[in-house]
Design a protein around this ligand. Structure first.
Ligand SMILES: [Zn+2]
Length: 143
């Protein structure tokens, strides 16, 4: 029996299970500690430090690599959806005018980060979850 090492903690079991499945797909066995306790009583979450995702000591390096790759891939895909500096000079005429500062440098927030992340882990790519919120790049407020 080899020692288990905690490589991540999660405050919700959905994410913990997605990552666990993701690791399993790459041949790494992972375990979730404190899951029963935390699902039964989420108030204990902070006290226990979240759900602990654990892998065998021998798998730690590879598991961390996979998690880092996933996070990078996710960030790249999400941010490729945003305006680059050049794009900002040509605003889409359909953009809403910011209710705070009047700028047209706005963009519909087309995804919810948690769901997009979950989708990427399940399907291999993030899906845009429609929302009716807009973000202003000028004053950085959402409206
Ligand atoms: Zn604004």
């Amino acid at each position: 029996m080899s020692d288990l090492v905690t490589i991540m903690t999660y405050d919700n079991y959905m994410t913990a299970h997605i990552v666990k499945a993701r690791l399993a797909n790459r041949g790494i066995e992972a375990f979730i500690k404190d899951e029963q306790t935390l699902t039964m009583n989420w108030l204990w979450n902070n006290a226990l430090g979240g759900m602990k995702l654990q892998v065998k000591e021998a798998d730690v390096a590879r598991a961390m690599e996979i998690l880092e790759e996933d996070e990078k891939e996710f960030e790249t895909q999400i941010h490729s959806d945003a305006y680059t500096e050049e794009d900002k000079s040509v605003f889409d005429p359909d953009n809403r005018i910011c209710i705070y500062c009047g700028s047209k440098n706005t963009k519909r927030i087309s995804y919810n980060k948690n769901w997009a992340y979950a989708a990427m882990l399940f399907l291999g790519f993030p899906i845009a979850v429609r929302s009716d919120k807009w973000h202003c790049f000028h004053c950085t407020k959402d409206f």
